[in-house]
Design a protein around this ligand. Structure first.
Ligand code: CU
Length: 139
């Protein structure tokens, strides 16, 4: 019996190791994601919670962030516009499937929010650090 219980625990363990990374969008009416960079592993999830106005979390390119492409990058995601203006705080969860960097921006107002610095990075690297991505967005 003890052997069986241990076996079950071992089978369940990998699923229990997956983590969720919470990212707020537009907290306190800001044009910002928080935190601005996270380092999830494959299998982890990212939950974007929209706290003000009407924003999106849309993957974009490192070099030319604003505006992000319609629907996000081919290897990324797009939450679509989610509005908190009705008193709701909608959220969207994406699953990370690789270790590649993914750069995220708000697509609102043809990139206007993005150019105000409304960007964040998933697994940025030494070659593609968040600070340079942000500088590319507000340039
Ligand atoms: Cu926005």
């Amino acid at each position: 019996m003890r052997f069986s219980a241990s076996l079950i625990a071992m089978i369940l363990a990998p699923a229990c190791l997956a983590a969720d990374f919470a990212v707020s969008v537009g907290a306190a009416n800001s044009f910002a994601f928080s935190p601005t960079q996270i380092f999830p592993a494959p299998g982890d999830t990212v939950t974007f919670t929209f706290l003000s106005r009407n924003h999106s979390a849309t993957t974009t390119t490192f070099d030319t962030p604003c505006p992000p492409p319609d629907g996000g990058t081919a290897d990324g995601f797009d939450t679509g516009f989610l509005s908190a203006t009705t008193g709701q705080t909608p959220s969207a969860t994406v699953t990370i499937v690789d270790t590649a960097p993914h750069f995220v921006a708000c697509a609102q107002a043809a990139g206007a929010h993005c150019r105000m610095g409304m960007v964040m990075a998933i697994n940025p690297t030494a070659e593609q650090p968040f600070a340079q991505f942000l500088a590319n967005a507000v340039a």
